[in-house]
Design a protein around this ligand. Sequence first.
Ligand SMILES: [Cu+2]
Length: 269
Amino acid sequence: MKLVRSFNASRISGVILAYTALLFGALIASPAYAEYGLNFKTPVTEIAHIEYDLHMLILYICIAIFVVVFGVMFYSIYAHRKSKGSVAAKFSHSTNAEIIWTVIPIIILVTMAIPSTEALIRMEDTTNSDMTVKITGYQWKWHYDYMDHDVEMFSSISTPRAQIENKQEKGENYLLEVNNHVVLPINKKIRLLITANDVIHAWWVPELGAKKDAIPGFINEIWTKIDKPGRYRGQCAELCGKDHGYMPIVVDAVTEEEFEAWVQKQKQG
Ligand SMILES: [Cu+2]
């Protein structure tokens, strides 16, 4: 009887281990992993880098906690099983245990809080910006006002209706394309003032690490300084009505000269 029981216990833990390994293997090896990735998009701003590193740090801490807690748990279940003759302890209070399980989480939380607070302070610091763009959310489009350049425009989705209604094959940037791109210069600290005209929206471009609620009657601010020229796509990130999924954002990060040329073109237009 004893033999049968211990055989079952080790077989069950073996099966659990095998399934876990399979699951991770499938996730990493699957084409979905290569195509979409499991992690954040490659950061292209200082804030996005800070967010990425913070995310990884917290993730590693969580993995370590997971391994330690489940390690101790599974070891205890296995090593002190009834079939081996283990008898439960009878004590009901342990000051040492209480101190340990209070102090260790405090240390872990403080370790997480320090870099998080530093990141928040850095994100909130919009001083000494080179230019300001005011972004206003509408149902269901965005308005951009380049306050230092006297340029403003609306930016609406440009995905053809036929693609949305499945009458045409969907394009590469389905639901992530707009008529007027937000052109921003690289290596400039850009202050973004974010508000809304009707309901709450949120301006979100993952690669810039920029996300902020757009609230009617309030002006929220964030800043961005893009390192790399490129095209970065985002979306409204606050459920704002029936066309919430149809108000994407496209940022074109260009050199300063290209930006100036764009501004001149906009003024003429
Ligand atoms: Cu919205």
